[in-house]
Write a protein that binds this ligand. Structure first.
Ligand SMILES: *Cc1c(COP(=O)(O)O)cnc(C)c1O
Length: 434
């Protein structure tokens, strides 16, 4: 597969160039020139293989996937047709581990040769609303020849999330930005668009603007679709096509799902579950999102995104595939009260504790199940470990979820944070000075 820019003014390039640049030279996002018709082999890695060819052969791709996804991804039935796909058993306790770990390995390979800009130290920029920073920091911690700058909205991430990127090796620098997540994202985009700066530091991004993080996320959709039990109801033995309910912010996860569905899961549908930040709902209803829209603070902080960057890719998917996304993709906005009530109810009824993002998905799934009782299975992506959001969970349920040991160990460590002043110019100074 070759890759083009959503803005149509960059030459087609291969996958190594795509992951090393992060952003296309015309300021657009990289997208595949065309989607493969089907996976290239039987295992889930066959879904990723065409995207990494020819640099990675099918066997190399399979071993890349095996070594990156060395944690479990269970699918559990919760109630009725509603299932949870648990994506939080990786190092940082969030689904973003999947993309971050594969991206780190792809970039590691690029550094060892072959890449257009091989040699020298690489700088990875990442804007985080909470979980991305932890996943990327864990994936790149102490990786030789790589330094990572994690830009986070000061005061808007939980102490535990913050510790995941403020307490690691010297190659991980935490940068506190005065402003919301969108401001962090703009700073990363502006830095990557500055050609001198990009070349001087071999900059790339580990946000979902980097396709290298987004492509691996296709894998768990196929994994889950294959684990659903056949529906014995209609006697055909074939499982009904699933609806994936995707708690969404920047829309990377949803974009990856729609791509996976299109290539490998016939009939799959998608329900984008958002909090009060409803750009996706507006767009699917035919309204252009307001570029000045404020970002609302909600209990599902990792989804507090006013201007989701992957809308640009969704637009392309609709145009390039000639599909009316409206046939397969719907969205629902869930308010804070419903989020908290669902968190509490799922705990009371089933003894299951979920994170607030997963609760947004469950609330949307329950209303979808209610609205269409005859539809197939609903698979809610459980995006983070609930213990990462202990305060919200305790407020809703009265229970304090236990931290996995790997995360508990961070509590006593010393934090290192750099305060950003002066916007883009300040970030340039920071990169040049460090
Ligand atoms: C990042 C994140 C999301 C949103 O994912 P996008 O790909 O940005 O839409 C949802 N839940 C959690 C826990 C996250 O960390």
């Amino acid at each position: 597969v070759k890759y083009l820019s959503t803005r149509g003014e960059a030459p087609p390039v291969g996958v190594l160039e795509v992951v090393q640049r992060g952003l296309a030279p015309d300021g657009g996002l990289y997208v595949p020139e065309a989607l493969p018709e089907a996976p290239s082999g039987p295992g889930v890695s066959g879904l990723l293989a065409p995207f990494l060819a020819p640099e990675w052969g099918p066997d190399e791709c399979a071993s890349l996937v095996r070594s990156s996804l060395d944690f479990s991804l269970p699918v559990r039935r919760l109630e009725g047709r509603i299932h949870l796909l648990e994506l939080f058993h990786g190092p940082s306790g969030a689904f973003k581990d999947v993309g971050a770990r594969v991206l780190a390995r792809i970039l590691g390979r690029a550094a060892r040769g072959g890449g257009a800009v091989a040699g020298g130290r690489r700088t990875v920029l990442v804007a985080t609303s909470g979980d991305t920073g932890g996943a990327v920091a864990a994936a790149f911690d102490r990786v030789p020849g790589t330094r990572v700058f994690v830009l986070f909205p000061r005061g808007a991430v939980t102490p535990l999330q913050r510790r995941q990127f403020t307490t690691l090796g010297d190659n991980v620098v935490a940068v506190a930005v005065p402003g919301p997540f969108d401001a962090c994202q703009e700073l990363v985009r502006a830095a990557l668009a500055d050609e001198d700066l990009r070349l001087r530091h071999r900059l790339t991004s580990a946000n979902s603007i980097n396709l290298g993080r987004l492509l691996p996320q296709m894998l768990y959709y196929l994994h889950a679709a294959r684990r659903l039990e056949p529906d014995d109801g209609d006697g055909s033995g074939a499982p009904d096509p699933p609806t994936f309910v995707v708690p969404s912010g920047n829309l990377g996860n949803l974009t990856a799902g729609i791509m996976a569905g299109r290539i490998a899961i016939p009939g799959a549908r998608f329900l984008g579950a958002v909090n009060r930040n409803r750009a996706l709902v507006d767009w699917l209803e035919g309204r252009e999102p307001d570029p000045e829209a404020p970002t609302h603070a909600t209990p599902s902080t990792a989804m507090d995104v006013g201007r989701p960057s992957n809308l640009e890719r969704l637009r392309w998917l609709a145009e390039a595939t000639g599909d009316d996304l409206a046939d397969r993709v719907t969205a629902e906005s869930v308010d804070d009260e419903a989020t908290m009530a669902t968190l509490a109810d799922v705990y009371r009824r089933h003894g299951v504790v979920v994170c607030p993002h997963t609760a947004v998905g469950l609330a949307a799934a329950r209303s979808a199940a209610h609205a269409d009782p005859g539809a197939g299975p609903l698979v809610v992506l459980a995006t983070a470990h609930p213990a990462k959001f202990a305060d919200v969970v305790r407020r809703a349920t009265g229970a304090a979820p236990a931290l996995p040991p790997r995360l508990a160990r961070l509590a006593g460590r010393e934090e290192r944070i750099v305060e950003l002043t002066g916007g883009s110019a300040g970030l340039t100074r920071l990169l040049d000075g460090a």
